[in-house]
Every structure is written in C-alpha cells, then in structure tokens.
Design a protein around this ligand. Structure first.
Ligand code: NAD
Ligand code: UD1
Length: 342
C-alpha cells in the first residue's frame, strides 16, 4: 500500500517514514524543507535500504499537490505532518501559522477529494486539553478541548474541527493523534530532531547544553504543586510515536469510524528535574543547569491515558524515557561530527 507523508523530512515524519517502509508500505514524501534538511531522505535510505519517492513542494500549492497525486497514482492514505510548530513564533506571526497549518490542511483535503482519496491521519497535540485539573489525570480523550492559549495551539484545535466537518460532509475518514511530548531519535542516530536556532523544547536544550552548544539549561520553575516543584509531562519516544501512525493507517482500513481521536503518550508523567537526572544517569554526564522563573503559558502537569489507543489501535508505547534520552544524546553527538547541517 502507498502512503503520502506531508512533512516527511521533519522530526516525527522522518521516523514515521522509516517505520512505514520497514512495515512494508511504499512512501511518497511531500516537503518544502522549511524546517528540515534534504539529507534526511538519504539517511532514511541508509536505515531502510529503500529510496523514498519524493516531491519537493508545498501543501499550500495546488500544482505541487496535483503533481504528487498524478505522479504517484495508487496513494491510499495521507499522513499530514506539514505545519509550523513553534508556540512563541505563532504568537508573533499568527497569520503565517493560520495560513500554513489551516489553509495548508484545507488545500490538502481539496486535492485529496479531487483524487478520490479520503483517508487521513492528522498531527494534533495534547495542547488541546490546556491546563487540566489533577483529578482528570491521566487525561482521556473525553476531556474537554479548551480555548487554545496560542495561535499554534488554536491551529490544532481548528484543524480537528475542520477535519470533523469534512468527515461528516465529504466522507473523509480521519484519525487525529494527540501527541504528548515526543523526544529521542532513531537507534542508528542517523535521523533525529533538528531545532533551528535556540531550542524551545526541553530535550534538545539538554543535549545542546551537554555537548557545549549552550552554557546551561534553565529549569522553568521549581515552585509548582508537583513532587519536586517542576512541571510534569508525558515524554514519548519518537519511534513509539511513529509506530502509532502505522497503526492508525491500518485502523483507517478496518474501522467504520469516520472521525477518531487518540492520545499518544506513555501514560507516565515525569518532572523536568527527573528528566535531567535520567539524562545524567544514562549518559554519565553532569548537566549544567539552574532553576529559573516559570515560563509563561506552561501547564503544571499533563500525562495521557492511552487505553483507547491500546484497545482500538492495538498500539502501546514500548520504550523507556532512558532509551529516548540515550538516543537523543547519540543524535546530538552525530550532529556534532557530521556534515549533516551543511
Ligand atoms: P518538523 O518541523 O520537524 O516537521 C514538519 C515538516 O513539515 C518539516 O520537514 C517542514 O519542512 C515541513 N513543512 C512545513 N510546512 C510545510 C508546507 N507548507 N509544505 C510542505 N512541507 C512543509 O515538526 P515535527 O516535530 O516533526 O511535527 C510534525 C507535526 O506534529 C506538526 O504538525 C506539529 O505541529 C505536530 N506536533 C509536534 C509536536 C512536537 O513536539 N514535535 C507535538 C505535537 C504536535
Ligand atoms: C511545548 C508547547 C506545546 C507544543 C510542544 C511541542 C508551550 C507552552 N507548549 O510543549 O504547545 O505542542 O511544545 O512543540 O510552549 N523546560 C525547561 N527548560 C527549557 C525548556 C523546557 O524547564 O529550556 C520545561 C518546560 O517548562 C516544560 C517541560 O520542560 O515543563 C517541557 O517543555 P517543552 O519541551 O517546551 O514542551 P511543552 O511545553 O510541554
């Protein structure tokens, strides 16, 4: 079976392409490299031994979409990763975010409709739950979706709404995966996360500090009502997350549901300080860090109930936090010694 992966050169997309190829799927990638590097496609081939069919193009460009569907007949499903993802940047440039993440999704659905293609997996986020009462944890998919606290978060909320409407009126079959906090890299360290500039996310900041690119990590707050005062998140290995997409594609071919959402996490919450300690333990390094003030917009704690994904997708996270941190560290070391970023 052939699957189109938009944003397939990106962090989660590249790991998903590897799992799809090793699971026997043919993969076509559409990416404009706005937040990735074309060398990623060569490294995917080094891992899987298979060349990725590829169109350099933009989901907002009708001609590019038509090229994909004409050049590669037989595509049966789409996994839609292509989007912008930086929360702070979305506050500064909301129109760019609504254009890429919302208009991009609309154009993609229109092109899919023209190609008589209805199955789509969408990248959503646990950010749709906002700040949740501790009694609701681990959070299930039945928890209310709340007003987003950034334009980026709003694009995920609106994305789910427009896909729900399209499933009702146009017969699309949709799986929306609400990712918790993806971290780590492929075991080979040939692909991983490529943050541009100063990373916003915790794990790239940790690995860049450990390798000496950053002076020190600031832990954003140790006065939260948690076991050690730092925030709690559900950190999921990117290869486990990738596999959820393969399961979602299988589900789209067997289920009668037109629109389904699934939490994709581990079910375990870890504090920032626990992640720092785990990193030091698995890598044998001492991390230079300090405690700083809280970061605006951070929720105190969130972690997933993944029972629905386990029961209906047959998917469950298998890897540990330690393994994710170890692979993230291997990837940072690989980046330091390879011409990957040229
Ligand atoms: P990423 O930036 O690494 O990957 C996105 C890819 O899409 C990049 O290769 C980029 O070049 C491409 N792209 C962006 N706009 C495009 C366009 N208009 N046309 C074609 N290609 C385009 O991001 P990621 O971390 O892999 O995230 C993938 C998806 O998952 C995004 O939709 C993101 O919002 C969502 N998500 C990510 C996280 C996370 O923590 N990484 C959490 C929740 C949801
Ligand atoms: C953030 C976004 C979320 C988005 C996700 C993926 C916010 C408020 N949330 O999630 O919408 O879907 O990224 O891109 O931006 N931390 C530090 N020091 C650092 C960096 C992070 O202490 O230098 C802490 C944070 O306070 C948080 C935890 O580490 O408690 C995880 O942070 P991060 O990796 O940025 O992810 P989220 O904030 O959960």
């Amino acid at each position: 079976m052939k699957v189109l992966v938009t944003g397939g050169a990106g962090f989660i997309g590249s790991h998903t392409v590897v799992d799809l190829q090793t699971s026997g799927y043919e993969v076509v990638v559409l990416d404009n490299f706005v937040n990735s590097n074309r060398q990623v496609l060569n490294n995917i081939e080094k891992i899987t031994g298979k060349r990725v069919d590829f169109v350099e193009g933009d989901v907002r460009n009708k001609t590019d979409l038509d090229t994909v569907f004409k050049r590669y007949p037989g595509i049966e499903a789409v996994i839609h990763f292509a989007a912008y993802k930086a929360v702070g940047e979305s506050v500064q440039s909301p129109l760019a975010y609504y254009e890429n993440n919302i208009a991009g999704t609309v154009y993609l659905l229109q092109a899919m409709k023209a190609a008589s293609l209805k199955k789509i997996v969408f990248s959503s986020s646990c950010t749709v739950y906002g700040e949740v009462d501790a009694t609701l944890l681990p959070i299930t998919e039945n928890a209310p979706v709340v007003k987003a606290n950034s334009p980026y978060g709003n694009t995920k909320k609106i994305g789910e709404e427009l896909l729900l409407d399209a499933s009702k009126a146009e017969g699309f079959n949709v799986v929306s995966l609400r990712y918790f906090n993806p971290i780590g890299a492929h075991d080979t360290a040939l692909i991983g996360e490529l943050p541009l500039g100063i990373p916003n996310n915790l794990v790239p900041f940790i690995t860049q500090t450990a390798i000496g690119k950053r002076k020190e990590l600031t832990v954003f707050g140790n006065d939260y009502p948690t076991r050690d005062g730092s925030c709690i998140r559900d950190y999921i290995h990117v290869m486990d997350l990738a596999n959820a997409h393969v399961k979602a594609i299988d589900y789209l071919h067997t289920s009668n549901e037109n629109f389904s959402v699934f939490n994709i996490g581990t079910g375990q919450g870890n504090t920032v300080l626990e992640v720092v300690t785990a990193f030091e333990n698995v890598t044998g390094t001492i991390l230079n860090y300090k405690i700083g003030p809280r970061r605006a917009g951070d929720v105190v704690q969130i972690y997933a109930s993944c029972q629905k994904a386990e029961q209906e997708l047959g998917w469950k996270a298998e890897r540990t936090l330690e393994n994710a941190l170890e692979t993230a560290w291997k990837w940072e070391q690989y980046l330091a010694t390879s011409p990957f970023m040229d």
